[in-house]
Write a protein that binds this ligand. Structure first.
Ligand code: COA
Length: 390
């Protein structure tokens, strides 16, 4: 397999985009990424586009061809990738494999979702399709309630508290304040989170990621060529993916995500690294409890210790392991198909010392973690600053 690097990134602002269409959002991110590495559309050999539910959100399918058409790069192969909220991460892995295998030298990976055209109820139903229709959604179990069940079990087994979960939201809103592209630019306190209304007990409004429009793109290139095209390429040193039962009823445990643990183990093996070698991570915090699961399952903290570690500030910008410097899904927003690609954008910025006020000092190695549904898909990528230490 050949080495693969990111040479350009593009991101739209995240939020409610009443004035921009789906096509305009993906074109904005794509053009920013292509122009960012001084390439032109004709240099792109293939496109992989992550998108979860555009049919339900805006009545549009056939997203691969739509992206190629909108960017003016037809007739190259352009493929939509769907893996629920992990669509972006799996698209990134698909692009990575295409370059690593030698099938292509330069590919564009995009991620997009436009979720605010429908009501919250309709969005909840569309997102519910990521779970099991027969045993979950049909009975009214949408995603806040599935994660609420996991939160209750974690609280019972490890003594995790609602205040500890709230600490994730407080940190991620604080980080989002430093990210101009984030959906929310307002600080929240533990008290604000605790006082916000229950969506699915114990999860409250401020424990939830929001409904978001946005798009992200990265350009991948074979590393030898990347060095000639880009001053500071970022190498992807591991790209792994695992799956698990679609429904919670099929899980061995409700206090861990096995797919995350397996993808992470393989990623550390490929990269020849350990969790302690990671300088920062963007993890899938669709709900605050999901961040606690992630930091435990990725090996940053022991099982059951994630809530306490967050409360103690260990995952803050200047903590032991900064988590979700971008603001995460909670503060930056969660346009589901775009999220996994947006995480890679943050890793590129951090490793290029370009994350401005949220820059992690001496960042050489970063990790991104993207989950589909309640944990049925997990994707992990590890990135290295070329020429950096470790
Ligand atoms: N975090 C912080 N603030 C939020 C928010 C969130 N998740 N969602 C909405 N808000 C704010 C809005 O900005 C608005 O503020 P304003 O009154 O100052 O303008 C206010 O809360 C009401 O917003 P509204 O859009 O009416 O909220 P809602 O009740 O329709 O939706 C949720 C709130 C939590 C139900 C919705 O965001 C949701 O379903 N989130 C989960 C999404 C999800 O499941 N993703 C997939 C994960 S696997």
């Amino acid at each position: 397999m050949r080495s693969v690097s990111i040479i350009g990134v593009g991101l739209t602002s995240f939020g409610e985009h009443w004035g921009k269409s789906f096509r305009e959002l993906i074109a904005e991110a794509g053009i920013l990424a292509i122009a960012g590495c001084n390439l032109e559309g004709k240099d792109i050999e293939a496109i992989y586009g992550g998108c979860m539910a555009s049919g339900r959100f805006i009545g549009q399918e056939h997203i691969g061809a739509l992206i190629a058409d909108q960017l003016g790069v037809t007739p190259i192969p352009a493929t939509r990738v769907e893996a629920a909220c992990a669509s972006g991460g799996v698209a990134l892995r698909s692009g990575y494999l295409a370059v690593a295998s030698g099938a292509h030298d330069i590919v564009a990976v995009g991620g997009i979702e436009k979720m605010t055209e429908v009501s919250t109820e309709q969005a909840g139903f569309a997102l519910g399709g990521a779970g099991d229709q027969e045993t979950e959604l049909f009975h009214g179990a949408t995603f806040p309630s599935l994660y609420a069940l996991m939160a209750r079990k974690h609280m019972k087994e490890f003594g995790t508290t609602e205040e500890q979960m709230a600490a994730c939201a407080v940190k991620n809103h604080k980080n989002a304040l430093l990210n101009p592209n984030a959906q929310f630019h307002r600080e929240v306190s533990i008290e604000d989170v605790m006082k916000s209304g229950y969506v699915a007990s114990p999860l409250k409004l401020l424990d939830c990621s929001p409904i978001t429009d946005g798009a992200a793109a990265v350009i991948l290139c074979e590393t030898k060529k990347a060095r000639k095209l880009c001053k500071n390429p970022v190498e992807i040193i591991a790209s792994t993916q695992a799956s698990d039962s679609l429904a919670l009823t099929g899980r061995k445990s409700l206090t861990e995500m096995l797919a995350t643990k397996i993808a992470a183990k393989q990623a550390y093996e490929h990269a020849k690294l350990k969790p302690k070698d990671i300088d920062f991570a963007e993890v899938h915090d669709c709900f605050t409890i999901a961040e606690i699961f992630a930091i435990e399952d990725l090996g940053f903290f022991k099982k059951g210790e994630g809530g306490k570690a967050t409360e103690a500030g260990k995952t803050g910008l200047n903590g032991e392991i900064p988590i979700n410097t971008s603001g995460g899904l909670k503060g930056k927003g969660h346009p589901v198909g775009a999220t996994g690609v947006a995480q890679a954008v943050e890793a590129f910025l951090q490793l290029n010392n370009a994350a401005e006020k949220r820059q992690v000092k001496n960042a050489n190695i970063g990790l991104t973690h993207n989950v589909g549904g309640s944990g049925a898909t997990a994707v992990v990528h590890i990135y290295k600053k070329i020429g950096g230490k470790k």
